[in-house]
Design a protein around this ligand. Sequence first.
Ligand code: ADP
Ligand code: MG
Length: 287
Amino acid sequence: SVPVAFLGGIAAAARQGIVVKGGNYLEMLAKADTFVFDKTGTLTEGVFEVLEVYAESLTESELLEITAHVENYSNHPIAQSLMNAYGGEYDASRVTQVEEQPGYGISARYEGKNIHIGNSRMAGLYGVEVDEIETEDTVIYVLVESEYGGYIVVGDRLKEDAKWTMRTLREKYHAVLVMLTGDSREAGNAVAKELHMDYAYTELMPEDKLEQMEEFMQCQYEAERVVCVGDGINDAPVLARADVGIAMGALGADAAIEAADIVLMEDELPKIVDAVSIAKETVRVVG
Ligand code: ADP
Ligand code: MG
């Protein structure tokens, strides 16, 4: 049976918009020493903005028109920013054979032409040479019929409370901080550096996130209890495997919410600190 104090802890957490799916998760959270974060949408807003457009083989407006038409079929947070930058009319009949390629981007046919839109790994997959852009933002390449069409640079922002949350977990709770992302090395490392994360793993394929986390759990002899925090479909396996999986619930994917042990009803990182504090107090009372 569940000790009454654990029920009290679960109730206290619920009052703060923190849904805990069992008393044992409070116990594990109280002992947690390692926190693993997804980057996009968890540490950052996940709301991208187009910063630069470069058209190589077409006009800039053609590049944006093709990109927006194809991204119209994607749920990735980058897609919305690319559609905003276009702002024109859509003709759905131009787009066929849409295929999302997790970890790469999205492919489709547009007016009968093969289009691939994604990161440098996508360009590599189709053997297309593209400009290497030095930036701490995210570069999206557009390939038209296996030719370099251009690139679009998009940027995301750190969540306002990300610095405070990481600093508090590190200084008050002596946590080891880890970041996982499918984004580029430059973009990922820039975020990790700003937040003083202890470890950062970048350019991960969706399925690599779990493997990387398991490897980390094995290598780090001091990693006693591992908490993972994420929001996306790609994060569900990691949340399920962690000792304590925390989903950012407000905007999170259903799969992440389901896989998690704790769900934050608001998209607020400081709630993680609140959860740890409630967990420690609950365990202290139980004795
Ligand atoms: P994460 O959410 O961890 O950053 P993802 O696996 O969702 O990683 O995406 C990895 C990378 O793949 C993105 O940073 C982006 O470069 C590319 N990508 C994914 N989906 C799209 C899309 N719809 N359009 C363009 N690029 C995409
Ligand atoms: Mg994410």
